[in-house]
Design a protein around this ligand. Structure first.
Ligand code: NAP
Length: 422
C-alpha cells in the first residue's frame, strides 16, 4: 500500500508533501510514480557531488518517463552536517526513521568525527538497519583511463557480506586482561595454545544464516539479470570452518533453493562436457588469493562474486582500480527491503566547496538506485550519457590527469554535459 507521507512523525525535518512512500507488498517493493527518497548530501565534497548528481537523476527520470514519474527528494542529515540541526548527534533518529519508512535512500560520503562514539558512521548505519549485503558493480566506460590493457572485459558485481567476519569487531589488544583470559580458556578447555603470550586476539564469526542470505541475494540477482556465473570467493583452504563453510553453504543453498536455475562446476564438468547449459547460472568457487590474480588476468571469467566481509572489502577496490578508480565506483548496502545507495569514496575534504571532484560515484549510485526501483530506462539513459561524455573527453581533474587531450571541467559542468547527452 502506498501511503501519503505525514509531517508529524519527524522531529526536525519534513518530507515533501507531494511524494508517496515506497511500500513492501507481498515481499516486493511497490514503487509509486513519485516516491519520497531520503538523501544525505554528506560532508566535505559531498554537497558538491550531490548538487551535480541530483539534476542528472531528475533529468533522466523526466526524459525517460515523459514527466509521468519523478523523485521527491527528502533531505535528512548525518555526520558533521547533522550537528548544526541536532547538537551532539551525528546520526539523528529522524534520519534512521526516514530510511526505515521510505526504504530506499541515497547518501554522499560522511566524516566520522574522532571521539564521536562511533567507529564509523557507515558501519553503524549498516548495523542499525541490518544492511547485510554490500553490492559494488564494477564496469568500464569507454575512454575512461585504466591501468590494464583490456578494461572492457571487466563487468563484475561484488556481493560482500556486511555484518560478520572480522568486522564484527570482537578483538582485544595484546596484553589486555581479556586477551590473557581468553588464551587461558583456550589452553585449558580446548588444548589450543596461542603461540606468543603477547598476542592480540580477534574472533571471526561466520554463520550459515549470514552467509546464506548474502549468497541468496547474489544468486537471485544473477538469475534476474541473466548473468552467467556466481563465484564463491573464500579462503577455505586455511580457514576451513568459516571461509570453507561459506563455500559449502553456498553450494548447498544453490542446490536447495535454485536447483532449476543454477549448475555447479562439478556437474558442468561431469555431465555436460565442460560447457554450461543455456539458461543456467554457473556456481563456481575460487580461493581468495587466486581470485585476485584471475580478476586481473582473465576478468571475463568473473561475473557476480559472492564473498565474506574482509575478502569483499579488498577485492571490490582491486577490481574498481581497473576501471577508473575511486571517483567512479558506486555502491549500495542492502537488507531484505531497505537499501542505502552511496558513493564509495570518502569526503576528500581538501577539495570541499571547489566544484572540482568527480561526481561519478554518487551519480552511478543513483543509477543503481533507479535500477533497484525497477526504473531501468532512466538508469540506462544515464549510463549511456556518461559514456558519451567520456567519449567526448569531458572529464573532471582526476581523469583529466590520466587522459590525453582531455577537456577538464568542474563537477557541475560535468553534470551539465551528461544532461546534454541524455
Ligand atoms: P577520500 O575522501 O576517499 O579521498 C582520498 C583521495 O581519493 C582524494 O584525495 C582524491 O585523490 C581521491 N578522491 C576521493 N573522492 C574523489 C572524487 N569524488 N573524485 C576524484 N577523486 C576523489 O579518503 P580519505 O581522505 O582517506 O578520507 C576522508 C574522510 O572521508 C575521512 O573522514 C573518512 O572517515 C571519510 N570516509 C568516508 C567514507 C564514506 O562515507 N563512505 C568512505 C571512506 C572515507 P587525489 O587527491 O589524488 O586527487
Amino acid at each position: 500500500m502506498s501511503a501519503t507521507t505525514t509531517l508529524t512523525e519527524f522531529e526536525k525535518v519534513a518530507p515533501p508533501t507531494d511524494g508517496k512512500t515506497i511500500a513492501v507488498q507481498g515481499g516486493k517493493l511497490e514503487v509509486p510514480d513519485r516516491p519520497v527518497i531520503p538523501y544525505i548530501a554528506g560532508d566535505g565534497t559531498g554537497p558538491d557531488i550531490w548538487k551535480a548528481s541530483q539534476p542528472v537523476l531528475d533529468a533522466a527520470v523526466r526524459k525517460a518517463y515523459g514527466g509521468r514519474r519523478g523523485l521527491a527528494w527528502f533531505q535528512v542529515h548525518a555526520g558533521e552536517s547533522a550537528l548544526e540541526l541536532y547538537p551532539g548527534s551525528i546520526l539523528p533518529p529522524d534520519t534512521l526513521k526516514a530510511i526505515r519508512r521510505y526504504h530506499v535512500a541515497l547518501k554522499g560520503p560522511l566524516t566520522t568525527p574522532v571521539g564521536g562514539g562511533f567507529r564509523s558512521l557507515n558501519v553503524t548505519l549498516r548495523q542499525v538497519l541490518d544492511l547485510y549485503a554490500c553490492v559494488r558493480p564494477v564496469r568500464w566506460f569507454q575512454n575512461v583511463p585504466s591501468p590494464v590493457k583490456d578494461p572492457g572485459k571487466v563487468n563484475m558485481v561484488v556481493y560482500r557480506e556486511n555484518t560478520e567476519d572480522v568486522y564484527a569487531g570482537i578483538e582485544w589488544p595484546a596484553g589486555s586482561p581479556e586477551a590473557k583470559k581468553l588464551a587461558e580458556i583456550l589452553e585449558r578447555e580446548f588444548k589450543v595454545k596461542i603461540p606468543h603470550p603477547d598476542s592480540a586476539i580477534g574472533i571471526k564469526p561466520m554463520s550459515a544464516f549470514g552467509s546464506k542470505r548474502l549468497i541468496r541475494k547474489a544468486i537471485q540477482y544473477a538469475i534476474d539479470r541473466k548473468r552467467k556465473s556466481v563465484t564463491l570467493m573464500h579462503k577455505g583452504n586455511i580457514q576451513k570452518y568459516t571461509e570453507g563453510a561459506f563455500r559449502d553453504w553456498g553450494y548447498q543453498l544453490a542446490k536447495e533453493e535454485f536447483a532449476d536455475a543454477t549448475i555447479s562446476w562439478d556437474d558442468v564438468a561431469s555431465k555436460h562436457g565442460g560447457k554450461v547449459p543455456a539458461g543456467k547460472v554457473l556456481i563456481q568457487d575460487y580461493i581468495a588469493d587466486v581470485t585476485f590474480q584471475h580478476v586481473l588476468t582473465r576478468p571475463q571469467d568473473f561475473d557476480v562474486i559472492a564473498t565474506s566481509n574482509l575478502n569483499g572489502d579488498y577485492v571490490s577496490d582491486a577490481i574498481a582500480a581497473q576501471v577508473g578508480g575511486i571517483g567512479m565506483a558506486p555502491g549500495a548496502n542492502i537488507s531484505d527491503f531497505h537499501a542505502v545507495f552511496e558513493a564509495t569514496h570518502g569526503t576528500a575534504p581538501k577539495y570541499a566547496n571547489q566544484d572540482k571532484v568527480n561526481p561519478g560515484s554518487l551519480t552511478l549510485s543513483g543509477v543503481m538506485m533507479l535500477d533497484y526501483m525497477g526504473w531501468r530506462e532512466a538508469a540506462d539513459m544515464i549510463e549511456k550519457a556518461m559514456e558519451k561524455t567520456f567519449s567526448q573527453k569531458i572529464v573532471t581533474y582526476d581523469l583529466a590527469r590520466l587522459m590525453e587531450g582531455a577537456r577538464e571541467v568542474k563537477t557541475s559542468e560535468f553534470a551539465t554535459a551528461v544532461i546534454d547527452n541524455l
